[in-house]
Design a protein around this ligand. Sequence first.
Ligand code: PLP
Length: 403
Amino acid sequence: MQFVAEPMQLSSLLQRFAEPETLKMAKLGRELRAKGIDVIDLSLGEPDFDTPDHIKEAAKKAIDENWSHYPPVAGYPDLREAICTKFKRDNNLDYKPENIVVSTGAKQSLANIILAVVDQGDEVIIPAPFWVTYSELVKIAGGVPVIIRTSIESEYKLSAAELSEAITEKTKLFLFSSPCNPSGSVYSKNELAELVEVFSAHPNIFIISDEIYEYINFVGNHESIAQFDSIKDQVIIVNGLSKGFAMTGYRLGFIAANAEVAKACEKIQGQFTSGANAITQRAAIVALTSDLRPSREMTKEFTRRRERILQLISEIPHCDCAIPEGAFYIFPNVSHYFGKRNGDAVMQNADDICMYLLNDANVSTVTGRAFGEPGCIRISFANSMQKIEEGMKRIREALAKLK
Ligand code: PLP
């Protein structure tokens, strides 16, 4: 029998999801910089600080002590204990090591959970704006993202009525972040309590609470939705060291969930990665059990920059934005500039505005379309005060040129 040679083909799965717009903008910025152009990066999704010294020392010690073998898939027992202690210390939440799974970043934790709970055709409710990866992971798992738009008037937060209306018999999961990337919204305890009332009536719905920006909070204490006993078993907390400890490159995330969900995530992870980097895990124990002063200092600096960037954005006409209560982004609505032109080029949407700002003003930002809010752009203040001031000046001047 003779076979006709077909061209090689990649999987159809690849067609179902997009590459992260945040990483794409960072790459475009790097390319311009390589050509010698002075690009100011306000698309950054990571703290611009170095990892605190005591954590770096712990990583070096782990290398010298030969922590170089495969770790347990769910994480070293003493790290899982340290994570439980962190939950008690910071959130007054009781978890046991059997509830914890450590992974290679919060992103992988999210992937584990979504693959563990979402079946083909299951609906996953995601309030917009949302972090770019949520909808794409749901699509990879064969689920259906159900995006609920919120508005600047509600500070980009979802109400109980909107949540209730979105729930169908196919709803499997609800997925949100507080503090939110990109809007900076932070849900108060009362606002969470209202959502909890709805979830209490639907005990079959899982809730992913992404709390990776927990320490970068400008308004008070972090409130976790897992504090409500009536739904605690439904909640899967996702957190990690990337943002609060300036450890993005170390790649360490973790979840806290009921033991059955934790076991399921461990099973998935056992096939994908065999667990998180051993050196990073040893360093994470030190990060999580030490004084939080370095994290607080970073948040203090983000607070200063937030004040300044809010002042600077208010000086740019027609760039309304909600006041961020956490994380390190502002998310102005730039739709006033849609339809305006720079020479022959018409700004059709936020993507065009971002490309215009990159190529004309040499400032990188991220289109709101990627976050499910196409009228906005995301501007990060995880950069020095001087870069923020120069970047915002360039944005102001570039937008003023659009006619
Ligand atoms: N969740 C949110 C809301 C984020 O903004 C990010 C990173 O930008 C992550 C999760 C992923 O974090 P990690 O570096 O731990 O994978």
